[in-house]
Design a protein around this ligand. Structure first.
Ligand code: PBG
Length: 345
């Protein structure tokens, strides 16, 4: 029925359906649940560390020995999954700790699975937290600079794919359930699928950061993961915020390469893209990453008393789901899950 077939006032009175909390609940179209959330965790070497990230109040870097209690709390809140980001001991041009069996993420995966085998463990697969230059791949840099016609800070594509292959195998050997390549390197999903299958990890799924924009909203994350690019930016691989047709192309490639889930990132400034991908690929689960800057904005406004934190957070997360996301990666996950438990209308 199109809107112009509906009777008009006074026959039609939309307010009838808003009369009481019970009636509003009956006609509510979007229901947020802790089961929709994936909580990002930052892990680092050391003992007894729980270090707050200054630009992300309430979010911490953890040492592995402190993870068990945190994981128990996350499970008790009904959140089914975490995504891991590691801060290595030592950074280098390639980021070798990324595929070290004793690396920080590998240790964290084992600790989480030991604490709660049911917790779904997703790993972010990228080079930027591990490289000394902070870029998401191997650079066209140094004495061997392979491509004279490209700038020195150009992230080399196929050379980087070879590193990503090693990283995913190392993560799944440690026990990861899902790998999430986030570097926007061409062909990443295809080579990861192939490497997993060849190593008999055909049951491991790929959550592709298929549509990742080059966004200023990642600012606080780069404090959290200690991964700001030492020079330059990520515009040669992440997408231009001005583009939406290009999002269709990125998604199509990842679907063909075997992605099991698609992701749009960031979330709130890109709700149109979430809707577009949801409508174009109804078959695939869709995740949205409510990124660090989106979190910090609401936290800062709430800390100043300018916004009601619970209200704006639940409204923002509901909007991401309403736009079409099935899953939301969010730093608000724990607080939101607790509020949803006790929510009235
Ligand atoms: C890359 C990665 C980034 C984020 C998630 N994975 C940073 C970047 O691309 O610069 C950002 C997440 C956030 O801002 O919360 N490994």
């Amino acid at each position: 029925m199109t809107a112009n077939l509906l009777p008009t006032f006074p026959t039609s009175r939309p307010r009838r359906l808003r009369k009481s909390p019970e009636i509003r609940a009956l006609v509510r179209e979007t229901h947020l649940s802790p089961k929709d959330f994936i909580f990002p965790l930052f892990v680092r070497h050391g003992k007894d560390i729980k270090q707050e990230i200054s630009s992300m109040p309430g979010i911490y870097q953890w040492s592995v020995d402190n993870l068990a209690d945190e994981i128990k709390e996350i499970s008790t809140l009904g959140i089914p999954a975490v995504i891991l980001f590691g801060i290595p001991n030592k950074k280098d041009p390639i980021g070798i700790e990324n595929y070290d069996p004793g690396g920080i993420v590998q240790q964290a995966i084992q600790e989480i699975k030991h604490t709660n085998p049911e917790m779904v463990v997703i790993t972010d697969v990228c080079l930027c937290e591990y490289t000394d230059h902070g870029h998401c791949g191997i650079l066209n840099h140094g004495p061997e600079r392979p491509y004279n016609n490209l700038p020195e800070d150009y992230v080399l594509n196929d050379e980087t794919l070879d590193v990503l292959r090693k990283v995913v195998i190392s993560h799944v050997k440690a026990g990861a359930d899902i790998v999430a390549p986030s570097g926007m390197i061409d062909g990443m999903v295809g080579v990861i699928r192939q490497s997993l299958d060849e190593a008999q990890f055909e049951h491991i799924s790929i959550l592709s950061y298929a549509i990742k924009y080059s966004s200023f909203f990642y600012g606080p994350f780069r404090d959290a993961a200690e991964s700001p690019p030492a020079f330059g930016d990520r515009k040669s691989h992440q997408m231009d915020p001005a583009n939406s047709r290009e999002a269709l192309r990125e998604a199509a490639l990842d679907v063909k390469e075997g992605a099991d889930f698609l992701m749009v990132k960031p979330a709130l400034p890109y709700l149109d893209i979430i809707r577009l991908i949801r409508q174009t690929y109804p078959e695939l689960p869709l995740a949205a990453y409510n990124v660090s800057g989106e979190y910090s904005m609401l936290k800062a406004a709430a800390a100043n008393g300018w916004l009601d934190e619970k209200g704006v957070v639940l409204e923002a997360l509901t909007s991401i789901k309403r736009a079409g996301a099935d899953l939301i990666l969010t730093y608000h996950a724990k607080e939101a899950a607790a509020w949803l438990e006790t929510n009235s209308n």
